[in-house]
Design a protein around this ligand. Structure first.
Ligand SMILES: [Fe+2]
Length: 506
C-alpha cells in the first residue's frame, strides 16, 4: 500500500497544473480556515477563486482570492469563515480558464471533546525531507513547524527578502506541497528564519520578518498585533500555546513581560477549563546553552513556580531547535522549586526534518535520538478524549531514512489525565500486562453492587465488561494487548461514570 501511495503522490504532483501553484493552509479553527498561494506573475493577472466543497452536503463555497504584491512576489489570500465544526472539506484553486479537480483537503477543528492527531517537527536545512510523506500518511489535523523553516539567514529589512525562502526552501518542494495539500499548518520561527543564526530581539530586520510571516503564511492571529507572533488555538480538549522566543528577547528575558503575562493567563484559563496545555517552544526547554531556555534561568524558574503553585497538571512542553527526537516524562527536570511537591510534565523534542544532528543538552527518560545524516525525524501525537472525563496523549518519535519505505519508531509513550469528579471513588485496581495477557484486577472495598466495569481501547472498542455483584474482586482481561494502544478502565453506576487511563501504547 505504501508503495502505491508514493506513486500516487508522485503522479498527481507531476500532472496537475494548479497543484503546482504553491500554497499552504493554516489558521484553522472550529469554523474557519485561511489560505495563502503564490501564483506566477502571469497567473496573478487572472481572477482566482478558492472553491471549497463539503462532500457531506454537496454545498460549494467560492471565495475570491485577493491579490497582494510585495516586491516581485504575488500573494493570493482568502479567509473562509462560517464553516461547520469538525467537517472534512475538499478544495481547489480555480484560475480563469482552468479545468481542475478537487485535490486538497482539510478538516475544521472542534471546541467539543474530540480525538484527533497532530504531528510536529522543526529545522529543515534542505527541502525534501523524507518525513513529509509519512506525516501525510499519519493523517494529522495539523502539522506544527517549530522553527527554522529554512536556513537562509536573511538579515535585511526588506519584506520580500524574507518571503523568498518560504518559496525557494519550502513551498516549491514537491514533498512539501504534498503535505500542504492535505495538512493545515501552524508555524513559529526560530533564529534562522527570523534574522539569522542566534538572532533575537526587536530590529528593523525583525519588523520585516514579522511582516513577511503575517502576509505570506496563513497564520493564527498573534495575541497582540505590532509585537511578536505568540498565539494560541484550541482543538478538542487541547489548547496549543505557541510562544515567540525570538523577536521579544532582551537581555535576561527570553520573552517580554507582556508575553509572559499572556502565557500565564493562557495556562491558567486552560487549567480551569480542564484542557491539556501543549506549549510549543522553538528552543529546547532542557539543557544549559545560552541560546535556549538554559540562558534564561529567571523566566524558566518563574514558569515552573507558576505551574507548581497553580497546580497545572495537564501540561506538555514540545520543542524544536535541537536536531533530535527526544522524550522525557518529567523526571529529569532539574530546577529547584519553591514549593513541593513538584508537578512533573513531559518534555518532547521534535526534529529535525532534514539537518545535521545536534544535541542541545538535557537528560531524557525515553532517550534522545540525534538525526543521522539524511534522516527526517518528527513526532506523532494522538489526543484521545472519550468525552467522559478521560484524556490521553499518545506520543511516538519517528524517523524516516531517505530511500526507505517504512518509518522507524524511536520511542512511544502515552500520558493520561482525568477531569476531577465530585463523587468519591473507592475502586482500586492493579494492572498486569506480563505473560502476553493484559489483566486488570479490581477491588471494590465498599462492596457496592451494580457497578459496571469496562475495558475499552482508545478508539472506543469494548474489550471486556462485567458487573460486580457481591464479590469485591473482579478480573477484566484481554488475551492479546499488543498493538491495541491506550487502554481505559470505565466504572459506571447509574448516572455516575469515571474513567481511568491504564496503559501506554505497547
Ligand atoms: Fe535548527
Amino acid at each position: 500500500m505504501r508503495l502505491f501511495h508514493f506513486l500516487f503522490v508522485f503522479l498527481f504532483i507531476g500532472t496537475q497544473n494548479w497543484a503546482q501553484i504553491p500554497h499552504w493552509l493554516g489558521g484553522v479553527d472550529g469554523n474557519s480556515a485561511k489560505i495563502k498561494a503564490f501564483p506566477t506573475s502571469e497567473q496573478a493577472k487572472q481572477d482566482a477563486v478558492w472553491e471549497i466543497l463539503d462532500p457531506a452536503s454537496g454545498k460549494i463555497r467560492r471565495i475570491r482570492l485577493s491579490l497582494r504584491k510585495i516586491g516581485s512576489h504575488s500573494i493570493w489570500s482568502a479567509h473562509a469563515t462560517e464553516l461547520d465544526e469538525n467537517r472534512l472539506y475538499l478544495y481547489r484553486l480555480l484560475v480563469k480558464g482552468q479545468d481542475t479537480t478537487y485535490l486538497g483537503n482539510f478538516r475544521t477543528f472542534s471546541q467539543r471533546p474530540i480525538s484527533f492527531r497532530f504531528a510536529l517537527s522543526s529545522c529543515s536545512f534542505r527541502p525534501g525531507s523524507p518525513a513529509y510523506i509519512p506525516i501525510v500518511e499519519f493523517k494529522p489535523s495539523l502539522f506544527l513547524h517549530l522553527g527554522d523553516l529554512h536556513y537562509e539567514n536573511i538579515e535585511t529589512n526588506r519584506i520580500e527578502d524574507h518571503i523568498k525562502p518560504y518559496l525557494d526552501r519550502f513551498l516549491l518542494g514537491k514533498k512539501e506541497q504534498a503535505l500542504c495539500l492535505q495538512v493545515p499548518m501552524a508555524y513559529i520561527w526560530d533564529d534562522h528564519d527570523y534574522c539569522g543564526n542566534n538572532s533575537s530581539g526587536p530590529s528593523a530586520c525583525g519588523d520585516a520578518a514579522r511582516a513577511a510571516y503575517l502576509s505570506a503564511f496563513p497564520a493564527y492571529e498573534p495575541y497582540r498585533m505590532g509585537a511578536g507572533l505568540a498565539h494560541a488555538f484550541q482543538q478538542g480538549s487541547v489548547r496549543f500555546i505557541v510562544l515567540d522566543l525570538r523577536s521579544e528577547r532582551r537581555e535576561s528575558n527570553i520573552m517580554s513581560e507582556e508575553q509572559m503575562q499572556w502565557f500565564k493567563a493562557e495556562l491558567l484559563k486552560s487549567h480551569q477549563s480542564h484542557l491539556v496545555s501543549v506549549v510549543l517552544s522553538s528552543v529546547s526547554w532542557y539543557g544549559n546553552e545560552q541560546d535556549n531556555w538554559g540562558g534564561f534561568p529567571k523566566q524558566r524558574q518563574e514558569i515552573l513556580d507558576f505551574v507548581n503553585e497553580q497546580g497545572i497538571e495537564k501540561l506538555v512542553w514540545m520543542c524544536g531547535d535541537a536536531h533530535m527526537n527526544a522524550l522525557d516524562d518529567g523526571r529529569n527536570e532539574s530546577y529547584p522549586l519553591k514549593k513541593a511537591p513538584r508537578i512533573p510534565f513531559p518534555v518532547i523534542q521534535a526534529g529535525s526534518l532534514l539537518s545535521f544532528g545536534s544535541h542541545k543538552g538535557g537528560t531524557y527518560s525515553h532517550g534522545a535520538f540525534v538525526n543521522p545524516l539524511g534522516a527526517g525525524q518528527w513526532v506523532e501525537c494522538q489526543a484521545i478524549d472519550n468525552g467522559e472525563g478521560a484524556l490521553a496523549l499518545a506520543v511516538e518519535g519517528k524517523q524516516m531514512m531517505a530511500g526507505f519505505l517504512e518509518p522507524k519508531t524511536m520511542f512511544q509513550e502515552t500520558f493520561f489525565w482525568s477531569i476531577p469528579q465530585t463523587k468519591p471513588v473507592s475502586t482500586k485496581f492493579e494492572v498486569d500486562s506480563s505473560k502476553g495477557v493484559f489483566q486488570v484486577k479490581i477491588s471494590n472495598p465498599d462492596r457496592q453492587s451494580g457497578i459496571i466495569y469496562r475495558l475499552r481501547t482508545g478508539n472506543g472498542r469494548i474489550l471486556d465488561a462485567a458487573a460486580t455483584g457481591s464479590s469485591d474482586h473482579l478480573l477484566l482481561s484481554t488475551a492479546n494487548s499488543s498493538g491495541i494502544g491506550p487502554l481505559f478502565l470505565e466504572e459506571e453506576n447509574g448516572d455516575y461514570k469515571r474513567v481511568y487511563g491504564l496503559k501506554s501504547a505497547p
